[in-house]
Ligand binder design. Structure first.
Ligand code: ADP
Ligand code: ASP
Ligand code: MG
Length: 441
């Protein structure tokens, strides 16, 4: 029998009722054998995610010596769920132990991981499945990256476990302590478990009916993408399409496992299928653009110098200054005599930006240099763009019709994306203008 690994996000864990719905979805298909869960998310827009409360607990230990006050909110939430589901679990005992450990260690990774741990304990009980602690099957190496050993340990563990629930988001660090992925990381756990289980498909259950052509909060009613490639997914999710963590593609790509995005609240909807590029190419695709995503708060550093192209080592000198300050850059669009560096503003304090500019001046003596802050990057992504003449002309005409000032352009060498830099304030308007150009008749 083939195996489906299913990950349910925070909105699918929000309360006892929704957890029951999740149990029904799981039970409706015998192949849904390994279930990865997130911590309970928001129940209403002003609500606070359990993970955010847990981070606050760790902060409270640092500032006040105890997490008691914040932990009371978490306690109330889980006791409420246990009551709603009439669970046969010593929820109070489990919560007491967690509170005591957070107070004793103050570890923010341990604290943050407990939302997923509790969700998984509850869902294992509801479903009558085994509980497998992520710390026993997901490992990080000394560099803080996923240890490849995780795949074989999962494979071996599952040989004797037919059905199990596994908490998302965390595993065991090289030092033997609990360690988390970055925010939204349960998507990565799901992908790692799918690869270890040699699953036929990785189902990612959330609160929207698939990957949409753009953020539905920007364009309400944005069209669903029925299928996209891993590469397109990576571009879109990295550039802000929050539905799936951008790193969740790597484990499934290793094993060519498709991802299916599904809606817990509308399980009958088809959702989105994310496929390895080779299978994807065999499908019918009429769209030129697959999707649009955007991220705010970048700083662009423009550097101009006549004949820079023939000055050996010019770019290397600039990049070594960034490296020296431990600064990552996102993009480096260049012309014959110009070069721009796009850096996440959060990495740059005022002082650091000045320092970097001074060092670049000293090292390469540019004719002109200036920095632009509050820049949003908007990525328009699609395999279809390379074979459709005039795509960029249409895109830029749409932006000029919407009176959006484009500050920077970068077309990826793969012709899979066109990235434009605009003012933060124009981000949503820009996404909406591109969407309407390519998706509305
Ligand atoms: P989960 O709790 O299931 O992990 P997330 O909140 O992380 O869910 O992701 C789902 C949300 O991502 C949606 O509710 C939607 O608002 C947002 N989103 C942003 N961009 C997109 C997109 N292109 N397609 C679908 N959803 C998107
Ligand atoms: N609960 C974690 C977070 O809020 C991980 C996840 O939901 O994927 O980031
Ligand atoms: Mg998520």
């Amino acid at each position: 029998m083939s195996i489906k690994v299913c990950k349910f996000g925070g909105t699918s864990m929000a309360d006892g009722n929704i957890m029951k719905r999740v149990a029904d979805i799981v039970r409706s298909d015998d192949e849904r054998r390994y279930i990865v869960v997130s911590a309970p998310g928001k129940r209403f827009s002003a609500d606070i995610k359990v993970t955010d409360l847990l981070y606050r607990c760790a902060q409270a230990v640092k500032s006040e010596g105890s997490c008691k006050a914040v932990f009371a909110k978490i306690r109330e939430r889980f006791l409420g769920i246990a009551k709603e589901l009439k669970l046969n679990l010593d929820m109070k005992g489990i919560l007491d132990e967690i509170e005591e450990t957070i107070d004793r260690t103050g570890s923010s990774d341990y604290a943050a991981s407990r939302g997923e741990y509790l969700s998984a304990r509850i869902m294992a009980e509801v479903l009558g499945y085994d509980f497998i602690d992520a710390k026993d099957v997901i490992f990080f190496n000394a560099a803080g990256m996923l240890d490849e050993r995780s795949y074989s340990v999962i494979f071996e563990t599952f040989k004797s476990v037919k059905h199990a629930v596994i908490p998302g988001f965390y595993g065991m660090g090289a030092d033997g302590e609990i360690k988390t992925f970055s925010r939204g990381g349960s998507d990565i756990t799901g992908a790692v478990v799918a690869c270890g289980a040699q699953a036929e498909v990785y189902e990612n259950w959330t609160d929207v009916s698939g990957f949409l052509a753009c953020d539905p909060r920007i364009v309400p009613g944005a069209k669903n993408i029925t299928s996209l490639s891993y590469k397109e997914l990576r571009e879109l999710s990295y550039m802000g399409a929050g539905v799936l963590h951008s790193e969740s593609i790597f484990p499934v790509r290793k094993a060519n496992i498709p991802i299916r995005i599904k809606n817990t609240f509308r399980p009958e909807d088809e959702g989105t299928l994310i496929l390895p590029s080779v299978y994807y190419k065999m499908q019918e695709h009429n769209n030129i653009v697959t999707g649009i995503a955007g991220k705010k708060n970048y700083t662009v550093l423009f550097i101009e110098k006549s004949l820079m192209n023939s000055e050996i080592g010019f770019t290397r000198k600039i990049l070594s200054i960034l490296e020296h300050h431990n600064l990552a850059f996102e993009h480096m669009p260049s012309g014959i005599d110009t070069l721009s560096l796009v850096i996440e503003s959060a990495q740059l304090s005022d002082h650091l930006l000045e320092q970097v500019e001074a060092e670049i001046n000293e090292a390469v003596h540019p004719d002109y240099m200036r920095s632009l802050e509050n820049v949003a990057l908007i990525a328009t992504v699609g395999h279809g763009m390379a074979s459709n003449v005039g795509t960029s002309a249409r895109l830029f005409k749409a932006l000029s019709d919407a009176e959006i000032n484009v500050r920077m352009i970068d077309q990826g060498s793969s012709e899979l994306n066109i990235i434009v830099g605009v003012d933060n304030a124009d981000c949503e308007k820009c996404i909406s203008a591109i969407y309407h150009e390519f998706f509305t008749e």
